[in-house]
Design a protein around this ligand. Structure first.
Ligand code: GDP
Length: 530
């Protein structure tokens, strides 16, 4: 299904998406089943219970630890039924982070996983709001139907009310908990029956000629069948029918019911993304809109990860290709520095192993190993000076000062901090007066994550301590005015890892004062990364 005939077939078959959910709803299990059906892993088993610490970096890493599969990447590609799926991992920790936000700038759709017994939970709502900022199409998977769940109408109502989005049932559950039998596929008039004996088996699918087909009675006990007919009749009256356009515009979400752990409903969900899911989208740059079918390669960095694999080079920049057909060895323009860059060893996150990318298309995610030249927000093109927009950096809401427990390690600490800043894991500010650094994050848990990463990856034990500041604002304005401000307010001034001037304070009053006293200067809570 396509309404964009200009797209080359290779691009039209790409589906690039992320999964959003509240912890424990089943994101890891679903990811695992995707990979199983995509042939990326041989045999899925139950993901073992995991401690809080394991949540800190990535669900893919969690998978790796739990299953011993080599998937420590932030993106994963697999083939299924003629489609190429690119699944981009959203960081697993429960604090909202910029990383998550930026991941969602690199995908064309999101799957929202909810627990059938719990409905819409806090983290789901937050992530949903982020998707809404971009009108991302969202597919909903209501998981754990093999357990006691809420009433189907109640779940749908809650999503509609809580998230202000139309919900169209793509499937309807038959029974629940111990009596859960499977689903009626409303989009294809099929009966899908869950196999409880084999958790890795794809459900048995029986073609039905509508709800009056006598064949239904052969598979569904009379009481459940009567209930199913009644509920679907009601659903048809009360709920909107699936409308692809409305879905693509982010106004409607189709919902599938299933049980990830039993591999049930997963295939239907994958088919749904394939059949209805958006093809690679048009992206905005400051200069113009860029369409995926354009011949020339363009892309932007949405994530940088350091120390991914000690065997490989130190950093990998994750690039969302926006347009064109990329081939290994291509020389691209690194727009920020104006320098050409030969991309000779890009990584494609295919199947269970990282492999060298020979080619990639608009919509794909490739990893480019580099020594720090590539930063979040950077554009790569075949020569055009494009700057992709909408990849913001947020002012951190929590600030702490940091120092190495061993004062001899100060220099090393600086290097580690700069690396994390470039990775986008934290903001690092160097105050104009005094020594040391101030680190800013969006969620409190990130301080713990950073402390443990600095210790593990750089061997430097550190201490975070309360800082006298609570707000950071980027100083924007004419050079002479900014300079005047800097000279008169040294105790508030610092620079970020790009060398941009940042005003630190504890009082909103200070921010108002500066904006009043220095006409033309603004103190901004966000900075576009480009
Ligand atoms: P995540 O935190 O969202 O990644 O959730 P996980 O995939 O780790 O799942 C959380 C827990 O729910 C694990 O113990 C899973 O085994 C379990 N789980 C996942 N899917 C299902 C399901 O369909 N049914 C049941 N009963 N449990 C499930």
């Amino acid at each position: 299904m396509t309404n964009r005939p200009a797209l080359p077939p290779e691009i039209a078959r790409r589906r690039t998406f992320a999964i959003i959910s509240h912890p424990d709803a089943g994101k890891t299990t679903l990811t695992e089943k995707f990979l199983l059906f995509g042939g990326a892993i041989q045999m899925a088993g139950q993901v073992r219970a995991k401690g809080e610490a394991r949540r800190t970096r990535s669900d893919f890493m969690k998978l790796e630890q739990d299953r011993g599969i080599s998937v420590s990447a932030s993106a994963m590609s697999f083939e299924y039924a003629g489609y190429r799926y690119n699944l981009v991992d959203t960081p697993g920790h429960s604090d909202f982070s910029e990383d998550t936000y930026r991941t969602l700038t690199a995908v064309d759709a999101a799957i929202m996983v909810i627990d059938g017994a719990k409905g819409v939970e806090s983290q789901t709502r937050k992530l949903f709001e982020v998707c809404r900022l971009r009108d991302l199409p969202i597919l909903t998977f209501c998981n754990k139907m093999d357990r006691e769940s809420r009433d189907t109408f109640e779940i749908i109502d809650e999503i509609q009310e809580n998230l202000a989005i139309d919900v169209a049932p793509a499937s309807w559950p038959i029974g629940m908990g111990r009596d859960f039998l499977g689903c009626y596929d409303l989009l294809h008039d099929r009966l899908e029956l869950m196999d409880r004996a084999d958790r890795n088996k794809v459900a048995e699918s029986i073609k039905i000629a509508g709800l009056d087909d006598p064949k239904l009675a052969e598979h569904v006990p009379a009481d459940l069948l009567a209930k199913l007919r009644e509920e679907i009749e009601m659903a048809c009256e009360l709920l909107p029918a699936f409308d692809r356009q409305s879905f693509l515009e982010g106004h409607m979400t189709p919902i599938w019911f299933g049980s990830a752990i039993n591999s049930f409903g997963v295939k239907e969900l994958m088919d749904g993304i394939g059949e209805y899911g958006p093809e690679p989208e048009v992206f905005r740059s400051l200069e113009r809109e860029v369409a995926p079918e354009e011949k020339k390669v363009t892309g932007f960095v949405f994530k940088v990860q350091a120390n991914m694999d000690p065997k490989h080079r130190d950093r990998v920049a994750f690039v969302r290709l926006v347009s064109g057909h990329f081939e290994r060895g291509m020389k691209l323009l690194h727009v920020r520095s104006g320098k050409p860059m030969a991309v000779s060893n890009p990584v494609l996150f295919l199947a269970a192993d990282r492999e060298l990318a020979e080619e990639a298309w608009g919509g794909d995610i490739i990893g480019i190993p580099n020594h720090g030249q590539l930063r979040i927000g950077d554009a790569l093109t075949e020569g055009e000076k494009l700057r992709f927009t909408g990849i913001p950096s947020f002012a951190p809401e929590l600030l702490q000062s940091v120092r190495a427990t061993d004062p001899m390690k100060g220099k090393h600490l600086e290097k580690a901090l700069m690396q994390f800043a470039e990775e986008g894991a934290a903001k690092v500010f160097k105050p104009a007066i005094g020594s040391g650094f101030i680190v800013g994050v969006v969620g409190a848990l990130q301080f713990d994550v950073l402390a443990s990463r600095i210790e593990i990856e750089y061997g430097i034990p550190v201490r975070f301590e309360p800082s006298q500041f609570t707000s950071a604002r980027w100083v924007l304005g004419p050079k002479d005015k900014v300079e005047k401000l800097v000279n008169a307010n040294k105790q508030h001034i610092s620079t970020d890892h790009d060398g941009d001037v940042v005003f630190l304070t504890r009082l909103q009053w200070d921010i108002d004062r500066v904006e009043r006293d220095y006409e033309g200067v603004t103190l901004s809570a966000t900075k576009e990364m480009m």
